[in-house]
Design a protein around this ligand. Structure first.
Ligand SMILES: N[C@@H](CCC(=O)N[C@@H](CS)C(=O)NCC(=O)O)C(=O)O
Length: 204
């Protein structure tokens, strides 16, 4: 399998953490979507990263599809609950992490515009969404361990990589505001899968 993506995209990082946690072998092709003649544009009509190219040449895109496909490849560990209420909860956690990533990307894109083209209300709106998502997660955090069950799951990976992206693009003292979330994130961010995939800018 070959994964196309950048080393800073939170969607790509989420997929890489899934690959590592499940012990799946893959080749990382560091490539963004900017090049119209590049592999990302060739493989993904939506021209976005991540893109997963299977050994038989078929492709999967959108990180949410890739994560669930990868989870189907083995059971060690199973990251998505098989069904019922636990599965709905897991998908809801995944959507929360995904939405935090989207809000953080949108804020970053706005603030990268030339000053005269920026609308301050846009960044403020996304910051409020990120804060509300953190409060939602903080209220539901277990005192210790994983969000669901006794092994790491997609809920942990989606939320953990979303928080890691906030640290990369919107560094602020969220840990002071959401102590339960911070306490949960610390051991998560120290797992080998998270350490290995940390954005180069944050590696010491
Ligand atoms: N919903 C998609 C989002 C993917 C996405 O927006 N990727 C960004 C990079 S972080 C991208 O490729 N954007 C196109 C661009 O930057 O030109 C997913 O989860 O995979």
């Amino acid at each position: 399998m070959k994964l196309y993506g950048s080393l800073t995209s939170p969607y790509v990082r989420k997929v890489r953490v899934v690959l590592i946690e499940k012990g799946l072998r893959y080749e990382m092709a560091v490539e963004g979507p900017a090049d119209a003649a590049g592999n990302v544009a060739r493989l993904n009509p939506l021209r976005a990263i991540p893109v997963l190219e299977r050994d038989d040449g078929d492709v999967y895109f959108d990180s949410q599809v890739i994560c669930e496909y990868l989870d189907s490849l083995n059971d060690t560990p199973r990251l998505y609950p098989g069904g019922g209420e636990p599965r709905w909860q897991a998908l809801r956690w995944h959507a929360l992490g995904q939405g935090m990533m989207e809000a953080t990307v949108a804020r970053f894109v706005e603030l990268r515009k030339p000053a005269e083209k920026q609308d301050p209300a846009v960044a403020t709106k996304h910051e409020a969404r990120i804060a509300a998502a953190m409060a939602f997660a903080n209220d539901r955090m277990p005192a210790s361990g994983f969000i669901q069950g006794t092994t790491i799951g997609i809920a942990d990976i989606a939320l953990g990589t979303a928080l890691g992206y906030v640290d990369l693009r919107y560094a602020h003292d969220w840990r002071g505001n959401y102590p339960k979330l911070a306490a949960w994130f610390k051991p998560m961010s120290e797992r080998p899968s998270f350490v290995e995939t940390l954005a180069p800018e944050l590696k010491k």
